[in-house]
Design a protein around this ligand. Structure first.
Ligand code: UD1
Ligand code: CA
Length: 453
């Protein structure tokens, strides 16, 4: 049995008060539309049809690596019209699952449950219950057979009594393409909004003696529609709760479980601890017994076992080895790689650099485009001068080098093995092994000198 997906995403999203199309707003740093597309992967659908408005280049450009049919709805005259224009390419006997681009937290589990029941009906509708159903279409059950639905009434068209109904339409529906083709074309727009409501298909189906099965889920959060920024913020909150639970079930210790934010994926080994206010972005892999202290941001990082990332540190697109100490207040910028037992201390910035085993840069340094060997000590305030105003140049610091505090290494430069650089040096020539290099003005003392009055 072939299944096709239709995702409705053409709505203007006026209630978001934003120039960004509604479905491009993000939950957990992934656009709502991407969430919906992701949730259908397990069905291996024959086609995924996304209905968008006329100026949808931004939406189309936002999705790469997915095989989608873009269906353009010129005017947003209602959800029934949006479905209707997506149908012609789908063979009559195939099945169609309708999802909404503004309902991003639907997931594989709920979709499979929904599709597993009501197979003897003609149309299946996913419903939910909330104490605050404002804005949702209300579900009128068939009083004789409660698993069936006889009608869905939109908020604006509902009587006061109907507004008290707390069972809501999620918008998610399933039937064969022929069913949708036949009945969407009978839907009219005589209602408060003068829109072609897809929800009217329920009433029309009943009039034609078709069975409409209502599958109810208690997971309101997974099917709540996002129409404004408040609902977006609520969805983010719920999404974060799910991520935190996943992390806890994988064995993480969260010292404040409300203040870790996962905007991507995180993979952890045993005994990883996160203190308060940690932000994870992209793909982050963390080894056994790693400690992430407070106010840390990690983006696309691999951290090996026994390492401590101390407070107020940012690490991006880099690899940190075993048993390192990074921070507090360190910044590891992209393309950096720390070998094991490395210390990068406070106010040290590292960019596109590698630091070898057992080396240390403990205080106030800039290390850019640099290759540092093993057992190197980079003194406080050392700067690699990698930029001449036009090009970036490389610094190589070989094993066992000791760089005295407040030194500048003017790149391109190589500091040979075993070299000691005197504090306060500006080094422009480094090719001497096992030497002491002093590159500073000689101190002058003028005895008994007094400041002029
Ligand atoms: C819709 C349902 C309502 C349900 C709620 C669930 C209808 C008439 N109402 O209301 O019963 O409780 O969703 O969240 O279906 N869209 C288009 N083209 C259009 C209009 C809308 O593609 O012409 C898309 C929107 O981008 C959105 C979805 O359809 O993704 C739903 O539209 P929206 O305007 O948000 O409907 P609701 O008022 O939320
Ligand atoms: Ca909506």
């Amino acid at each position: 049995m072939k299944t096709h997906i239709i995702i409705l995403a053409a709505g203007k999203g006026l209630r978001m008060k934003s120039s960004l199309p509604k479905v491009l707003h993000k939950v957990g740093n992934l656009s709502m539309l991407e969430h919906v597309i992701k949730s259908t992967k397990f069905l291996n659908p024959s086609s995924v049809n996304v209905v968008v408005g006329k100026n949808s280049k931004l939406i189309q450009d936002s999705i790469i690596n997915a095989d989608l049919n873009w269906v353009v709805q010129d005017k947003q005259i209602g959800t029934a019209d949006a479905v209707k224009i997506a149908l012609p390419n789908i063979p009559d006997e195939d099945h169609v699952l309708i999802l909404y681009g503004d309902t991003p937290l639907i997931d594989e589990t709920l979709i499979s449950q929904f599709l597993s029941e009501g197979s003897d009906s003609d149309l299946r509708v996913l419903t939910t219950t909330t104490n605050n159903p404002k804005g949702y279409g209300r579900v009128i059950r068939d009083t004789k057979k409660l698993e069936y639905i006889s009608e869905i009434i939109e908020e604006l068209d509902a009587s006061e009594e109907q507004k008290n109904i707390t069972e809501c339409n999620t918008g998610i529906m399933y039937a064969n393409a022929n069913f949708f083709k036949t009945f969407t074309s009978q839907i009219e727009n005589q209602n408060a909004k003068q829109e072609f409501y897809l929800t009217d298909i329920v009433n029309i189906a009943n009039q034609n003696n078709k069975k409409v099965f209502g599958f109810h889920t208690h997971d309101f959060e997974k099917v709540s529609g996002i129409n404004d920024k408040f609902q977006l913020a609520q969805a983010e909150k719920y999404f974060q709760t799910l991520q935190r639970k996943k992390l806890l079930s994988n064995g993480a210790t969260l010292l404040d479980m409300d203040s870790i934010f996962i905007r991507g994926e995180v993979d952890i080994q045993k005994d990883v601890t996160f203190d308060a206010n940690v932000i994870i972005e992209g793909k982050v892999i963390i080894g056994e017994n790693v400690q992430i202290q407070s106010n840390v941001k990690l983006r696309n990082v691999v951290i090996a076992r026994d390492t401590v990332i101390k407070s107020n540190t940012i690490v991006e697109d880099s690899e940190i080895g075993t048993n390192c100490r990074v921070g507090p207040y360190a910044r590891i910028r992209p393309n950096s790689c720390l070998d094991s037992d490395v210390t990068v201390g406070n106010f040290v910035e590292v960019k596109s650099s590698t630091i070898g085993k057992n080396s240390k840069a403990s205080h106030l340094s800039y290390i850019g485009d640099t290759e540092i060997g093993k057992e190197v000590n980079v003194g406080a305030g050392t700067i690699t001068c990698n930029y001449d105003g036009v090009n970036k140049h490389k610094t190589v610091i070989k094993d066992n080098v000791f760089i005295g505090s407040d030194s500048q290494l003017v790149a391109p430069i190589t500091i040979e093995e075993g070299v000691t650089i005197a504090a306060g040096s500006t080094i422009t020539e480094g090719n001497y092994k096992d030497s002491l290099i002093i590159g500073r003005a000689r101190q002058v003392v003028k005895k008994d000198w007094k400041r002029p009055k």
